[in-house]
Design a protein around this ligand. Structure first.
Ligand SMILES: [Fe+2]
Ligand SMILES: [Fe+2]
Length: 334
């Protein structure tokens, strides 16, 4: 059988369990939190007082913090790009929704998107109310990111895409959680709660995607191994890699944002390495046998990669001078 056909067969097999995955890893609309549960209710009498408190608490947070929060929010707001990217994977069929004929993978992606959409919503409203950032510049960055689109190096291959999402969901879990911890340290409980609860969603998503990969390893170990190796050789590029400020090229903003995230300890090279180690462990890469010669080499490469990356990371120095972003004024006020 041609390789592509095997992938489609595997996708069809895993798809049979999609309802169980949706039940286990996602939460029904009527039960899950919504942004308004975490933000001041604009229909309440006390709305302005709560907004005043948000603005007061926000003054405690520093320049790098706002840069990181903006970039996190913009990354979440580019959700249309991710949904359309995933919908285009081999094995996903978004038509035929009537009469219960919805393709299982399309259902997963829709429900996942529905959950993810609340993240950008929450952070956007918070940032708007905080008064600390230039919202118009932030909004332009979001629109640029959606306009520019991105290429994460997965092609239409579900195996590569699921490696990407397994990795990426854990990376966002870590960064939202750490932003929440920094907010809490400065006494900003509302923001801390928001970041924590978003991080919880990311963790559920991570657990689902890593399970998809684990299952695929059972059916098609050599091809799954090669897909994993290929993604790690290309490096997992964050969606934020493609952000830009108005008047600038793609990539400039990311480097400066990434430096800010490293300075704050929100997301570091060490985190990247640890995510890889966790994936290696969960997928039991070291125990994988009956592989093709090429896949065996890929396995050995993946097992050695964390140490190799650690040696390289030790030599990298993070610049200490904050870059001036259009999103945030120098003293944090506008
Ligand atoms: Fe998210
Ligand atoms: Fe996510």
């Amino acid at each position: 059988m041609a390789l592509e056909n095997i992938r489609l067969e595997v996708m069809k097999t895993v798809e049979k369990s999609i309802d169980a995955y949706v039940d286990k890893y996602l939460i029904p609309v009527e039960e899950i939190w919504q942004p308004t549960d975490l933000l001041p209710n604009s229909q309440d009498e006390g709305f302005f007082e709560e907004v005043r408190q948000i603005r007061e608490e926000a003054t405690e947070l520093g320049y790098d913090f706002w840069v990181v929060l903006v970039a996190d929010m913009v990354t979440e707001e580019a959700l249309p790009t991710y949904e359309s990217w995933l919908m285009d994977m081999e094995g996903v069929e978004q038509h035929g929704q009537q009469k219960g004929l919805q393709n299982g993978w399309a259902k997963w992606i829709r429900h996942w998107t529905g959950e993810e959409n609340r993240h950008g919503d929450t952070l956007n409203k918070y940032l708007y109310l905080s008064g600390r950032v230039n919202m118009k510049e932030v909004e332009k960055t979001t629109q640029y990111l959606i306009n520019d689109g991105f290429d994460i190096g997965t092609g239409r291959d579900p195996y590569r895409n699921f490696v990407y999402t397994s990795f990426q969901e854990l990376a966002t879990n870590i960064s939202h959680k750490r932003v929440g911890q920094l907010a809490k340290k400065k006494g900003n409980k509302m923001l801390a709660k928001m970041c924590n609860i978003i991080a919880g969603d990311e963790m559920r998503h991570h657990l689902a995607y890593r399970e998809f990969v684990k299952t695929i390893f059972e059916y098609d170990p050599s091809e799954m191994m090669l897909a994993f190796e290929d993604m790690m050789k290309k490096k997992i590029v964050m969606p934020a890699q493609f952000i830009r400020e108005s008047g600038q090229g793609i990539g400039e903003a990311f480097e400066n944002f990434s430096n800010a995230a490293q300075r704050l300890g929100v997301y570091t090279t060490q985190d990247y390495i640890e995510i890889l180690q966790k994936l290696n462990e969960y997928w039991e890469i070291d125990k994988m046998t009956s592989l093709t010669d090429q896949a065996e080499k890929a396995r050995d490469y993946l097992m050695k990669l964390p140490d190799r990356m650690t040696r390289i990371a030790e030599r990298i120095k993070v610049p200490q001078d904050p870059h001036q972003f259009a999103w945030v004024a120098p003293n944090g006020t506008l």
